[in-house]
Design a protein around this ligand. Sequence first.
Ligand code: AMP
Ligand code: MG
Length: 353
Amino acid sequence: METAIVNITDDRQGIEAIREKIRAAGRIIRQGGLVAFPTETVYGLGADALNPLASGKIYEAKGRPSDNPLIVHISNMEDLDRIVKKAPEQAKKLAEKFWPGPLTMIFEKSDIVPLETTGGLQTVAVRMPNHPAALLLIQSGGGFIAAPSANTSGRPSPTRAEHVAEDMRGRIPMILDGGPVGIGIESTIVDFSEEIPMILRPGYITAEMIQEVIGEIRMDPGLAAEDAKIHPKAPGMKYRHYAPKADLILVSGAKEKVQEKINELAEKAAEEGKTVGIIGTEETKDGYRYGVVKSIGTRKDETSIARHLYGILREFDQMDVEIIYSESFSLSGIGQAIRNRMLKAAGHQMIEV
Ligand code: AMP
Ligand code: MG
C-alpha cells in the first residue's frame, strides 16, 4: 500500500486548502480506512470507532494485542452522551475544565460502541484532543475516531510524522503531517467506571490539577507496584512499552553523583566495546566524557523533557546504540508522567546513588 504523507502545516497553501486535505482524510475514515494524525499529545492512528472492521485494522497495523482497548476521540461535548451510558457529574466538571485537552476518561459504554473498539470491555475511554486538525478530522470522519498512538506496538510513541512513517509506511493510506507535537507524552487516563475515580495512567494533567476540580482521586496501585503480580488496570500499561532497542538504565540521585556514576558506567561499557548513549540535560550535557551524549531538554522546564523523550529514544535506535544511561527527573508536575514512561522504557532498571 502506498502511504501518502500530507503536509497540513505549510501556511503558503492557505487555510482552506489545508481544511480540504483534512476533509479528504475524513472521507478515508468514513470508508473504514486508517489515517494517522497529529494531536497535542502524540500522533494517533485513527479509524471509525463505531465500525468494528475499521477498528480491527488498527490492531493489525500496529501489531497490537487484541485485548488492549482504544481511546475514542470526539470533537464536541454533546457526542459524549451518545457513546457512554452515563457520565457522572464529576467527569463533566473535568471535561469542562480540561477538554479539549490531554485528559482521557473511562465510562460504561453505550450499545453503539463495538467491543472491537474496547478490546472486549464494557467500558470505553474518551478524549477530546486540543488540536485544530484533529478536531476537524474527527468532525469530517463521522464524529468518533478510535485512535491509539500511531507507533508499532512496543516502540516509542511518535511525536513527529517522520516517526509515524518509520513504523507505518506501506501499512496505512495516509499520514497527516502537522509537524512536531506540543506535549510529547500520552494523555492522563482517569477511570470513572467505579465508585471513586482513579488515575490509570499519569500524564500532563496531574493528580493535583484533578483534585482541585473534583476532590478525591486515587492512583491505580498497579502503577507503582514493583510486584509483577499486581497488574495495572489499563490493559496497555502492563506491556513493556515505549521501549528502545537498546538497554536503558536510569540513574537517580543528587546531580553531581548521578553524573559521576553515569561517567563510570559509560567508561566501563565503552571499555567492553559497547556503543553507549547518554541522556543528559542542557545543564549537564557538557560533563559527560564517553559515548553519544544527547540533551533531552532543560530542567528549568520539564515540559521540554516530556516533548523530547520519545524522539531521543528513536534517535538512539537509529544509531544502533547498545546501552543507554539516563539521568532521572523530579516527580513534581509532569515529572510523574515522565518517570512512569521512562521506567517502562527501562523495564524498571534504576540505580540509586
Ligand atoms: P494508547 O492510545 O496507545 O496510548 O493506548 C490507550 C491506553 O488506554 C492503553 O493503555 C489502554 O489499555 C487504555 N484504555 C483504553 N480504553 C480503556 C478501558 N476501557 N479501560 C481501561 N483502560 C483503557
Ligand atoms: Mg500507545
